[in-house]
Design a protein. Sequence first.
Length: 224
Amino acid sequence: MTVRGIDVASYQPPTPAVAGNSFVWVKATEGLTYVNPHMASQAAAARKAGAVVGFYHFLHPGGIAAQVAHFLKTAPEQAGDMFGCDWETPQPPDKAASSEEKDQFLRVLKGATKVPHRVVLYCNLDFWLHRDKTSQCGDGLWIADPNSPAGHPKVQHAWTFHQYGITAGTDQNVGQFADINSLRAWAGVTLPKPPAGAPAAPTLASLDKRLTSVETRVTALEKK
C-alpha cells in the first residue's frame, strides 16, 4: 500500500491545497543563497492539515558544506520532519553537482542536524540510472518518474517516494508506507537504546556546546 503526498516550491501558492495528502515536501533552499519565500506558510498549511512535512535543498556543484549550513539555517529542525537533497540540473548554463558531491551532501547533512531526521535523495531516472555511481540515497530514494503509474517507478533499487505526475500545477507523489501512521513512525527516527553497560554516546546538546554555529559544526564534520 502507499500514501499520497505533494511537493511544493515558490511556483505553488503560499497556502497550497494539501487536504487528503499524508505528506508534503517543501522546497527550502537552493545553492548558497536562495530561500523559498513561501516555505514557512507552505509548511504551516501542511502541519495544520496533519501531514508529515519534509524540507528539501536543491543542490548545486561546489561548496557542499556551505550549502548544508545554508539549508540548516533555513529549514526548521522539528522532530518528525524529513529532509531531502534535490539532485538535478540547475537552470542553464549551470552544471549539476556530481555523484560524489551528492553523496557528500547527504553524509554531511545527516551528521550535522541537531535532532535526528530521515535524509532522502530526490532525482529523476536519468540521474539515478546514468549519473549516480554509488547508489547512495541516504535513508531513502525519492524518484521522479512521471511516465510510470503511481507506485511503479522503473527502478530496481528500493524506493521510498515516487513522484509520478502533475495535477493542477502541483507534483503528485506516493510513499511506500501502509498508512500515515507508518510514515510518521519512519519519519520520527526512533533510535535504538544502547545495550546495558555501553558507554553513553555524546548527546546532540553536548555537541552544540562545543560548536558555536551551524557553519562550525558542518566544517568540523567535513574535516573528519
